[in-house]
Design a protein around this ligand. Structure first.
Ligand SMILES: Cc1cc2nc3c(=O)[nH]c(=O)nc-3n(C[C@H](O)[C@H](O)[C@H](O)COP(=O)(O)OP(=O)(O)OC[C@H]3O[C@@H](n4cnc5c(N)ncnc54)[C@H](O)[C@@H]3O)c2cc1C
Ligand code: FES
Ligand code: FES
Length: 1275
């Protein structure tokens, strides 16, 4: 191999053996899309072990002697699909499908080890696999069918069965039939290759060496050799799991000329038990350590295994299953991460290391001196950790570990801790104590002074109270500390000590609807996503799976490192000299228009003389491989001259009047006069953060010059194929093809068009095929996301709860270009949500800042807009001291209604959703139970909320509502449907197949949809605004009806004939078997001068009730139950629609409670991957999650009486936010704080904890704004 860095399994599967089922979502072990199963033979025990692992981190050299199974290996449509693939697909667990192969492989590896797993096993196995579409429930549902019935409850028998348990009657229960599943037969699984067993048994262990251009990989076979090798190369890292070294090489560009891989040195895997404890080999994986400890715990009295149990607990939450399966114990210790979960426990537990070097063996205690600085320990560079001693605990000794992370699973902790206390026999006097924290500085830190304040003293309130004060002084973080969250982190240190205290005291006490479905008609049936099986087997083709063509080049972008600067120089000479680099594309190379114009603003495709944000594209390097293009990009030299006063925050923008036009105003009634007449006035504000799309498939495209007459084929993952026909080349020569997208959510419209234009310039200039697939970090940096907003409101209301007037100002942070910032209009159109406020005024402006430009994102401003009005209504309820649901009900639209823009509608179904939601959720009884729980618990509080939604469907820009289709019937009777909609997981092709099936009266199996392309259906509109099915469905229907009528004469001639015979006869009678279909769409408009219009075709309604339990000490929360009722008319496909509902709800839950974008003070996005940016994972699914479709609802405005559903439910995720706010209010009441309080979105554990204003958070002095430079901006 020409190694420049260790070749990873991922690159082999994709490029060399073309097994493209293994997907690349992040490259850093954070998303699970690349999960494979590794199997190894262990000669000592003569057993084969199987485990899941991330192919993106697995060095190929490390796999010597191992068997790797990818998704293609377990089943395919050509042979037999595997039961895991079948069940995830048929349970509707695959939408865009990009995560599906990884999910399948995580589950498959689990089943190879445990054919009848428990629910806990399943949720653990899937914890490291992210899905942005489904909301996880259907995936878990499919996997749950492998559980034995007795095991199937995630709530462990605690009453409510986890996902659809006892008493639940929600719709999703009826969406698939378990009886039709293939049984799992473990005897049919692939066998481990016998030649590998033979090799392991008989092979001569000798040193393996792999050499490359810039590095060497050596794997010694004995400890002696390892010691010698390390002695002569002390700087060379030992690579075990590669989970630390791998990301460093990949993301930080660290180069190691030599890597030592000790995975074949048996001594590093030995386990020895002694009367004092157990020595565990440093090479053991974290999963092996956990299993070992789990096996040992029941063999000893409880008092001896305190430390073992604390370790088991931390190991269960550390990283994901895939990471734990490869990451080693020694690797975790020696990585010396500041927030390692293990090191505080090992250190608090008095563990020690056995280390070896040419100087001999020695034992090193894990004590306060062990961790020297970031990533450094006191061990000498040539020393190797052979094993770790984990002692038994003694009578009177207690060990506990706690962690608080942005997400419960698969997330580094914000603060992590372990505490051990040892009491003199029969007394409460502390004999010994140790406390270590992670996340409070550059290393694991010991709270030595706090320990000193506890030792030799009785464990009582007085001692503890002093200990809190000492701890507060001891663990200080500067206000600008890296990682931010300073107040929160400091208060967590106190909260954890308090939690420990509670447990110790306890110990001391001990010591001293579905709709009617017709059988034949496919419409209205829960038909599986038509590509689900191909997605589950890994056969589904995404843009980057298209095989490389001859001479193909790869494009990597070079982006600005300054937020606002003049470009004074661009030197590409060094890049051009590097191997493989073919060209560097700059703005000068663009043959046609160098800008894209939106709303009168020009946006440069590539910056030429000035940059206005970090991440703005300046040029692009094209080379023969991605690696060469990356090296080339790193060699491009750009010099800048900074321009003064960059604008980052909304406040800075408003101060400097930095806005994009148009700014909009809407008004009904007269707020000023009305404010004079009301009983009470209240003014408040709310800030809501942005959101990253985090589609699992990053922006991907391939542009292929055909070779004649400037004809191009563009394969691109886009929601809007027509928009990529650019470059001033006539559109009839550029054919854009979209097979499917691995998720889009609004992020693959305008941004993709710019990227595709740049890639096209490269293809045009080099006359070669050019591929561009963004790395996750680049995608997050460059493409922007949902607009953050700041809203200020003044509301006037009567003492009986009626809101009479509201005046609301909205400011969005648009970033450096206008892009889709027109969404300010949609903000104003939805500012009323469900409420009839007679005097209502709204003003909205998009702030121009020096941050990457934001764009469309599912809901297009509505999730921000409705959040504001719901928060305002909530405040009114708090001021009046009344339940929020009552104030909501009082103010809802009732009877024939008119919105503030004079649109007439009936809110009847909205009110029905609301009432039904209250009934299904058993709202009143549970509300009482929540209040009772709160009276009985001091540190845990429950909260509940119920939220309505009214969401307008279709585009106010009338021309965007049109759609077209082209349907061919072939002589053999098969039918090919094409339409203008693109498949991004939302199931549009499945629904179109159902429409064609109904109209042509043939089974869906005869109908195929190959792709969306501009040469079959030109001038497409974007698949957006929840209008794709409405518009394209009508066009497909139109085309099919034309064809059906054309066949009428042949049918009449041969009424008993078959579809095939009629088609055949029609051909011979020269009847055209192709037809186009067209749908004009409703004529919608909005007149902003008159402030009135008809901007929507109709409304989709819904309501959602959520209950949460909040740990007031840490801000940690769990969604206990969610009930959603949605009015989607008569669903065309309930399983697809429920998938949209659950997926959107979970995305909303992420938006309002979890996902946080962080920017540095100079405008650099910190959160550029799944390790820093947390989207919901399987652990975030509500413990009980019920979805109901409103019955007897009809919609005359859309196909088959259905309703658009892609976007509306996202907002209902805010119900979790308001439930958290309710719980926080209960906590504040205990501290004597009543009245409205501010809680910004997302309500992360940090915000919730600080808002609780507990004893401990109040102890932390807030730093004075302006007195320091914060680590992150509040944009
Ligand atoms: C996505 C992701 C999530 C994670 N989440 C968490 C988390 O929540 N909590 C947490 O604590 N950690 C977490 N980690 C970190 C992970 O646990 C560590 O990276 C891992 O334990 C390191 O072990 P490794 O075998 O992969 O180390 P490698 O990357 O192989 O090596 C790491 C370092 O350790 C040294 N080393 C390894 N073995 C020895 C030895 N025997 N003697 C001397 N030096 C040695 C190497 O020289 C190297 O410098 C996460 C990592 C990833 C990628
Ligand atoms: S691509 Fe490997 S975990 Fe994301
Ligand atoms: S189906 Fe899971 S990411 Fe799309």
């Amino acid at each position: 191999h020409q190694l420049q860095r260790p070749k990873l399994l991922m690159s082999l599967t994709v490029t060399s053996v073309r097994l493209t089922g293994t997907k690349y979502g992040c490259g850093g072990g954070g998303c699970g899309a690349c999960t494979v199963m590794v199997s190894r033979y262990q000669p000592a025990t003569k057993t084969i072990i199987h485990y899941s692992a991330n192919a993106c981190l697995l060095p190929l050299c490390q796999l010597h002697g191992a068997a790797v199974t990818t998704v293609e290996g377990i089943g395919s449509t050509k042979t037999r699909i595997h039961p895991v693939q079948e069940r995830i697909a048929k349970a509707h667990g695959s939408q865009c499908g990009f995560c599906t192969p990884g999910m399948v492989m995580s589950m498959y590896a689990l089943l190879r080890n445990k054919p009848h797993p428990t629910m806990e096993d399943i949720t653990q196995a899937l914890a490291g696999n992210l899905c942005r579409c489904t909301g996880y429930r259907p995936i878990v549902d499919g996997c749950r069918t492998f559980c034995q019935e007795a095991n199937c409850c995630q709530a462990n028998g605690a009453g409510d069965c986890c996902l659809n348990g006892e008493g639940s009657t929600d719709e999703s229960e009826h969406l698939f039939d378990k009886e039709e599943f293939l049984p799992l037969d473990p005897t049919q699984e692939l066998i481990f290759p016998p030649e590998l067993i033979l090799m392991a048994e008989t092979g001569n262990p000798e040193t393996l060496t792999f050499c490359g251009e810039r590095m060497r990989w050596v794997s010694p076979a004995s400890l002696e050799e390892l010691v010698q090798l390390k002695a002569s190369n002390p700087k060379a890292p030992l690579v075990m799991g590669n989970t630390n070294i791998g990301p460093d090489i990949k993301f930080k560009g660290v180069l190691h000329p030599l890597i030592i891989s000790p995975t074949r040195v048996m001594e590093l895997f030995e386990v020895t038990q002694t009367p004092q404890g157990v020595w565990v080999g440093a090479g053991c994986s974290l999963s092996e350590v956990r299993s070992l400890l789990q096996k040992l715990v029941p063999q000893f009295p409880e008092e001896k295994t305190e430390l073992f149990r604390a370790l088991i607990q931390q190991l269960g939450n550390l990283g994901s299953q895939q990471i734990r399966n490869v990451a080693s114990l020694g690797g975790n210790i020696m990585s010396a991460y500041p927030n390692s979960d293990l090191n505080p426990v090992l250190a608090a537990g008095n563990c020690k290391l056995s280390v070896i070097s040419t100087g001999g063996r020695r034992e090193v205690p894990l004590n306060p001196d062990f961790f020297v600085s970031f990533g450094k320990t006191i061990l000498k560079p040539e020393e190797i950790v052979v094993s770790v001693f984990v002692p038994f605990s003694r009578k009177g000794e207690f060990v506990r570990a706690f962690r608080q992370a942005p997400r419960k699973e698969s997330s580094f902790a914000t603060v992590t801790t372990a505490m051990r206390v040892f009491f003199s026999e029969g007394s409460r006097v502390v004999r010994d104590v140790s406390i270590y924290y992670g996340g409070m500085g550059p290393t694991t830190v010991s709270a030595t002074k706090t320990c000193a304040a506890l030792v030799t003293r009785p464990w009582d309130d007085e001692t503890l109270s002093r200990a809190y004060d000492v701890l507060l002084d001891e663990l200080v973080l500067p206000p600008s500390a890296p990682g931010g969250k300073v107040e929160f982190r400091r208060s967590l240190t106190l909260s954890f000590l308090f939690k420990f205290n509670l447990e110790v005291l306890q110990k001391l006490r001990e010591m001293v609807g579905l709709q009617f479905l017709s059988v034949q008609d496919p419409v209205g049936r829960p038909i599986m996503h038509r590509s689900a099986i191909s997605q589950a087997t890994g056969e589904a083709v995404y843009c980057d799976d298209i095989p490389r063509t001859d001479g193909e080049l790869f494009l990597v972008l070079v982006t600005s490192s300054r937020a606002h600067a003049k470009i004074t120089g661009l030197d590409v000479s060094e890049a051009l000299r590097l191997p493989g680099v073919v060209d560097v594309i700059t703005a000068k190379d663009i043959p046609g228009k160098k800008v894209r114009t939106m709303f009168g603003y020009h946006e440069e495709l590539l910056a030429e003389s000035e940059v206005s944000c970090i991440g703005q594209m300046i040029c692009a390097v094209v080379a023969d491989t991605r690696a060469h293009a990356k090296r080339g990009a790193a060699a491009v030299k750009i010099s800048y001259e900074d321009l003064p006063d960059p604008v980052f925050t909304i406040e800075e923008a408003t101060e400097k009047s930095s806005f994009f036009e148009p700014r909009r105003v809407i008004r009904r009634g007269n707020v000023t006069e009305a404010f004079e007449t009301v009983d009470q006035l209240y003014e408040g504000e709310i800030r809501m953060g942005g959101q990253e799309h985090f589609y699992m498939e990053t922006q991907s495209m391939l542009v292929v010059p055909v070779g004649e007459e400037t004809e191009f084929k563009v394969y691109v993952s886009t929601q809007w194929p027509t928009s990529t026909q650019t470059l001033d080349i006539p559109s009839n020569r550029v054919t854009c093809h979209v097979k499917r997208m691995g998720g889009a959510f609004g992020g693959k419209v305008t941004k993709t068009a710019v990227l595709a234009s740049i890639t096209s310039v490269a293809a045009w200039k080099t006359n070669r095929a050019v591929r561009c697939v963004l790395e996750r970090g680049e995608d997050m940096l460059i493409t922007g996301g949902r607009h953050p907003i700041l809203a200020k409101y003044k509301v006037g209301f009567m003492n009986d709860g009626r809101i009479v007037a509201a005046d609301i100002e909205y400011y969005t942070n648009a970033g450096n270009t206008v892009d889709e910032s027109v969404l300010v209009e949609k903000i104003l159109l939805h500012m009323d949500n469900a409420y009839n406020i007679p005097n209502l005024q709204g003003r909205a402006a998009a702030c121009r800042t020096n941050l990457p430009s934001n764009t469309a994102f599912r809901g297009f401003g509505v999730p921000q807009s409705i959040m504001v009005v719901e928060n305002m209504v909530n405040d009114v309820a708090v001021v009046l001291g009344r339940p929020a649901d009552q104030i909501r009900e009082i103010n809802m639209y009732k009877g024939p209604s008119v919105t503030h823009y004079k649109f007439e509608f009936s809110p009847e179904n909205m009110l029905r959703c609301w009432e039904e939601c209250k009934v299904k959720a058993d709202y009143s009884a549970r509300r009482r139970a929540v209040d009772q729980f709160n009276q009985q618990n001091r540190w845990k509080k429950r909260g509940m909320s119920i939220i309505p939604i009214k969401y307008g469907i279709a585009f106010a820009e009338s021309f965007l509502n049109q759609a077209a289709a082209l349907v061919h019937i072939y002589k053999d009777g098969s039918v090919l449907v094409t339409h203008g909609g693109t498949e991004m997981g939302q199931g549009i092709h499945t629904k179109m197949q159902q429409v064609a099936s109904r109209e042509l009266r043939i089974p869906p199996s005869k109908i195929y949809i190959s792709e969306t392309s501009t040469n079959t259906v030109p001038n497409t509109c974007p698949s957006a605004a929840s209008f794709g099915t409405d518009a394209n469905g009508m066009a497909v229907k139109n085309a099919c009806q034309t064809l059906y009528q054309r066949l009428e004469p042949v049918r009449q001639k041969d009424p008993k004939g078959s579809w095939e015979s009629w088609v055949n006869a029609a051909f011979f009678e020269k009847i055209s078997l192709s037809a186009t279909g067209f749908y004009r769409g409703p004529d919608l408009y909005m007149d902003w001068d008159k402030m009135e219009g008809q901007p929507y075709a109709y409304f989709t309604f819904g309501a959602c009730c959520c209950e949460v339990e909040l740990d007031c000490l840490t801000g940690d929360y769990r969604t206990v139950r969610t009930d959603i009722v949605v009015d989607i008319g008569r669903s065309v496909n309930p399983s697809v629609d429920i998938g949209q509902i659950e997926g959107a709800f979970m995305q909303g839950l992420g938006l309002y409670t979890l996902e946080e974008l962080k920017f540095s003070p100079s405008g650099l996005l910190y959160t550029r991957g799944p390790s820093q940016y947390k989207i919901p994972a399987v652990c975030d699914v509500p413990l009980r999650f019920n979805v109901y479709l409103l019955s007897d609802s009809h919609n005359p405005h859309a196909i088959y009486s259905s309703k658009g559903i892609g976007e509306p439910v996202l907002f209902l995720g805010s119900s979790v936010f308001f439930a958290i706010k309710d719980a926080v209010a209960a906590a504040r009441a205990e501290s004597g704080l009543v009245g409205p309080f501010s809680l910004d979105s997302p309500a992360t554990p940090e915000r919730a904890c600080l808002a609780c204003a507990s004893l401990f958070t109040q102890k932390i002095p807030a730093s004075k704004p302006g007195s320091y430079k914060p680590w992150a901006l509040n944009i």
